[in-house]
Design a protein around this ligand. Structure first.
Ligand code: SF4
Length: 217
């Protein structure tokens, strides 16, 4: 199977089986999504979703969040990973939104990465989820699943993975392909023992062919 054929197989599988894949973070607007994505670093979406309602109620927009003090916000974030940094990042992010962006979430990667707590991955998530821009956010799941299947070859950094995926995935599918790969990594192609017996990608998966396929008799 050529790499192009591998991509075609994977894309048509997900188009058929996960046509409506989307983020599992709960949000109502771009501001809420940005807060949730910043909080989700090194933390499960489930835990973030337990945390955000209280934050959104107390701080419904960038203006209110920009006025929060560390001591006011920290208790709402305490139960998730890296609460110190995330508290500082959220307040800093809201302040910059007010000072530079009129309180609105900018929708370019170049502008978003200027905000405290926002790196390339977060900026790609925001622009692809809010605006369906063809930006591929590569987290640990996307990185691992892409390499296992053989969608990427020899990619050793998230940026290399991003570039290789963008070479083959049609632009109008990039925003959803991100969710396909994340969700597949979260529930099926899990880190320690991938559930290949439940996976529909085996015919196109390099890892499966190499490690689990029965030799032809
Ligand atoms: S066949 Fe196994 S390794 Fe390949 S994508 Fe599916 S779960 Fe992952």
């Amino acid at each position: 199977m050529t790499r192009k054929e591998r991509f075609n197989f994977v894309i048509s599988y997900f188009q058929q089986h996960a046509p409506n894949a989307e983020t599992e973070l709960l949000y109502d607007n771009p501001y809420q999504l940005l807060v949730a994505v910043i909080l989700s670093a090194q933390c499960t979406d489930k835990r973030v979703n337990m945390t955000t309602p209280a934050i959104f109620e107390k701080y419904p927009d960038a203006a209110s969040l920009s006025k929060a003090t560390f001591d006011e916000l920290f208790p709402l974030i305490r139960s998730i990973s890296y609460p110190n940094n995330k508290t500082k990042h959220l307040i800093g992010m809201a302040n910059m939104l007010m000072e530079k962006f009129n309180g609105q979430i900018p929708l370019t990667v170049e502008e978003l990465v200027q905000l405290p707590g926002v790196g390339r991955k977060t900026a790609n998530v925001i622009t692809s989820v809010v605006d369906q821009q063809p930006n591929m956010a590569v987290d640990t799941h996307v990185f691992r699943v892409s390499a296992r299947i053989g969608l990427t070859v020899g990619a050793t950094t998230p940026l290399a993975t991003e570039k290789q995926l963008l070479q083959f995935i049609p632009k109008d599918l990039v925003y959803i392909a991100h969710h396909w790969l994340i969700l597949h990594g979260r529930y099926t192609c899990i880190a320690r023992n991938p559930k290949c017996e439940q996976c529909g990608l085996t015919p196109a998966c390099k890892y499966f062919q190499k490690n689990k396929a029965k030799p032809a008799s």
